[in-house]
Design a binder for this molecule. Structure first.
Ligand SMILES: Cc1cc2nc3c(=O)[nH]c(=O)nc-3n(C[C@H](O)[C@H](O)[C@H](O)COP(=O)(O)O)c2cc1C
Length: 191
């Protein structure tokens, strides 16, 4: 492990599953400070192709009720346990930040690049949350692709949910998982 603090922070990043996140959440000032780090991403053309939706308190439970109802609509034969899981999804962590990609036509910046920028925001927010001593997890699942959920959350036609970043205080010390060996992933390109 390097003694360089920046590299140490990169090397120690890990997710804390949303089920293991509890109160307290970051307060408003801390959240804004975290977002200040999160928006510092590579952004071709300075398009700022993202925005945030904060889900906290009863709004999380209300979204869960909507998801349960939508889950039943999508699959009338869904097991009750699956519907219940959807109802609870946003009720574990005390704070969820939905990172929304806001895509605009730009001949120099294709939609994929704008989506990647929004993805970088998700990663940077995970790092910032951990930097402040919180745990976080980037989740998507079916609700990030479902048109009815997008409408319910007030997204415009040119917007996509890139991630729900669940944030809170870890209830347990999460063991690390195996990480890929970069040496096995590196090849020299030969002309
Ligand atoms: C775009 C994206 C979406 C993800 N969606 C889910 C998800 O819906 N459910 C899940 O269990 N993990 C999901 N993950 C994985 C977790 O965010 C996380 O990477 C995983 O829990 C492993 O932890 P780690 O970050 O320490 O490797 C997603 C990751 C990414 C990048």
């Amino acid at each position: 492990m390097s003694d360089n603090c920046f590299l140490q922070a990169l090397d120690q990043r890990r997710s804390v599953p949303s089920l293991q996140l509890g109160a307290p959440a970051p307060d408003d000032a801390t959240l804004l400070r975290m977002l200040q780090s999160a928006v510092r991403v590579p952004d071709h053309g300075k398009m700022v192709p993202f925005r945030f939706l904060r889900l906290q308190g009863d709004a999380r439970h209300a979204l869960g009720e909507f998801l349960a109802q939508r889950s039943r609509e999508r699959d009338p034969h869904a097991a009750e346990a699956a519907v219940e899981k959807d109802r609870q999804r946003f009720s574990h962590a005390p704070l969820v930040i939905a990172v929304i990609a806001h895509l605009r036509d730009n001949p120099k910046v294709p939609a994929q690049e704008q989506l990647l920028t929004a993805g970088c925001v998700c990663f940077a927010l995970l790092q910032a949350a951990q930097g402040f001593g919180f745990g976080a997890q980037w989740l998507t699942a079916w609700m990030s692709e479902d048109p009815a959920v997008a409408t319910h959350l007030g997204l415009a036609a040119n917007e996509r949910i890139v991630g729900f970043i669940h944030i809170g205080t870890p209830k347990i010390a999460v063991p690390d998982r195996d990480r890929p060996d970069p040496a096995t992933l590196l090849q020299d390109w030969q002309p």
